[in-house]
Design a protein around this ligand. Structure first.
Ligand SMILES: CC(C)(COP(=O)(O)OP(=O)(O)OC[C@H]1O[C@@H](n2cnc3c(N)ncnc32)[C@H](O)[C@@H]1OP(=O)(O)O)[C@@H](O)C(=O)NCCC(=O)NCCS
Length: 155
């Protein structure tokens, strides 16, 4: 069970790069991550009681009713404690409030993330062949997933 608390992350924090590098197969560069701390994005961090960031999620919100989860990562030392689910749930709850659909792409081989997204109400809607670069120079298919907004009235 996670003891992390999810908060909006408005300001850039170097911890993001460390988590990305430790968790991702092909990590985003620092400058790409940093460019997501600007208008058109809403990002969240999972923090421990002492304020240490142990996970983050980056959401592009350029369209009012269609958001994109660009990246989510949890420090490997804190994985499998429900933190990824907490981060995604923060975004799905916010999306439901404004009735926004959420779209994302995920590596075909990334079963952990696909399970997480399915658990959070996402379904596969397509795929993009040879979308992601691999460390060996080959490319991997992206699974495209979507989550339609749910009514907040029944909650
Ligand atoms: C994907 C990721 C964010 C999940 O974070 P997490 O905090 O470990 O996830 P949670 O503990 O909340 O797990 C939620 C669900 O995800 C699935 N899941 C998480 N890790 C898994 C794993 N290693 N294998 C299979 N399923 C996994 C499970 O369904 C899990 O539910 P369960 O624990 O009830 O079985 C984390 O593994 C990570 O940072 N991966 C590297 C970055 C990445 O791939 N990001 C996605 C980019 S699209």
């Amino acid at each position: 069970m996670s003891k992390a608390k999810v908060e909006i992350l408005t300001d850039w924090n170097e911890q993001i790069v460390l988590i990305e590098n430790a968790a991702a197969i092909m990590p985003w560069s620092r400058s790409n991550l940093r460019s997501c701390f600007s208008s058109g994005y809403q990002n969240f961090a999972a923090k421990t009681a002492d304020g240490n960031i142990v996970g983050f999620i980056i959401v592009q919100q350029q369209l009012r009713d269609e958001w994109t989860i660009m990246d989510v990562a949890v420090d490997p030392n804190f994985q499998r404690q429900g933190i990824g689910y907490q981060l995604v749930t923060q975004v799905t709850m916010a999306a439901d409030l404004v009735q926004a659909e959420i779209i994302l792409e995920v590596r075909e081989s990334n079963q952990a993330a696909q399970h997480l997204y399915k658990q959070s109400g996402f379904n596969q809607i397509g795929e993009r062949k040879e979308y992601y670069p691999n460390p060996d120079g080959s490319r991997e298919t992206a699974v495209v997933m979507s989550r339609k907004p749910q009514s907040t009235l029944s909650r």
